[in-house]
Design a protein around this ligand. Structure first.
Ligand code: NDP
Ligand code: A1CAB
Length: 273
């Protein structure tokens, strides 16, 4: 790609995307420039690791960019837009990573006709394994969406969705890795309690998740059928599943996703004021 990409915000998600993009070489490191609110040390760290450009001068960053990625927290969006709106020309594509915040709000705050594309990646972008959803704002053409899709494909799989579904997919895929990590944390507690060798346990746990994910992808069987094929009557799996069921495991997962979805909407209500 020929476009220059600017990150407004240089935190974990910006880094995960920079890492994925630079490893994939979809853009050269010199086509990426990042800025943040004030943390110069962090910018130097990113410069050192990824050999990208950084600057605390927003004017310089914006002038150099064709695609501007908003990567600050939802609570900071209003101030961030106020800082950049007078620096923008309408040919720049704005990409938002922000949970909850709608394209309509960004458009209204900018008061310009810049195309806006909203994406929800996850931190597995770091190794090119994100599951990213994409949706478009009012002035984003199919061509703009296609360009951002191409860019995001460098950090994993991408799917274009309706904006109204963003909250739910933010829960499922944006936050999703954290929910799996939380389960692995519990497994680690078990390993510790049993006094098992962590060096042996970790690769086994990781391969078990990888294998299950690969089965979900490759097999025509539903998750339920896949589970039943492991569950011998009167065996270990059945006992384990019954215990999860007694602890209302599935209800807990559904509640977790419901609440995370709701929080995405709440972030909109809170910070679009
Ligand atoms: N982390 C994740 O897994 C995911 C996060 N997201 C979304 O990505 C966004 C960023 O999250 P995350 O990386 O975790 O957050 P971090 O807190 O790690 O980073 C936030 C960054 O925003 C910068 N910032 C704050 N205000 C401004 C401003 N006015 N102009 C420029 N930069 C500013 C901060 O700079 P400074 O350090 O100088 O204050 C910091 O670099 C959020 O909106 C989140 O919803 C989306 C998907 C997944
Ligand atoms: O927790 C959050 O709000 C962000 C959005 C998805 C993942 N992290």
């Amino acid at each position: 790609m020929r476009e220059t990409i600017a990150f407004l915000g240089a935190g974990s998600m910006a880094e995960a995307i920079i890492s994925g993009m630079t490893a994939n070489k979809i853009v050269s490191t010199q086509q990426i420039i990042a800025t943040n609110r004030s943390n110069q040390k962090r910018l130097l760290e990113l410069e050192g690791t990824y050999h990208i450009k950084t600057s605390l001068d927003k004017k310089e960053v914006i002038e150099q960019s064709d695609i501007l990625i908003l990567a600050m927290k939802p609570k900071d969006i209003k101030v961030a837009i106020a800082e950049i709106k007078s620096l923008l020309t309408e040919n720049k594509i704005i990409v938002s990573l922000l949970a909850g915040i709608s394209t309509g709000f960004i458009q209204q705050q900018l008061a310009t006709k810049n195309p806006i594309v909203r994406v929800m990646p996850n931190t597995s972008a770091m190794i090119g394994q994100s599951a990213t959803t994409i949706t478009s704002g009012k002035y984003a053409s199919a061509e703009h969406v296609h360009l951002i899709e191409k860019l995001m494909t460098s950090i994993g799989t991408t799917i274009v969705i309706k904006e109204e579904d963003m909250d739910a997919f933010t829960a499922l895929a944006g936050s999703g890795p954290a929910f799996y990590y939380y389960m692995v944390e519990a497994m680690e507690q078990f390993v510790e309690a049993k006094g098992l060798d962590k060096e042996i346990a970790k690769p086994l746990m990781v391969q078990t998740i990888k294998g299950a994910a690969a089965m979900l992808e490759a097999s025509h069987d539903s998750p339920k059928v896949l589970r039943e094929k492991i569950t011998s009557p009167g065996g270990t799996t059945e006992t384990g599943i019954n215990t999860l069921s007694e602890h209302r495991f599935q209800a807990a997962i559904i509640a977790c996703l419901e609440q995370a979805t709701l929080r995405s909407k709440e972030l909109r209500d809170l910070f679009e004021k």
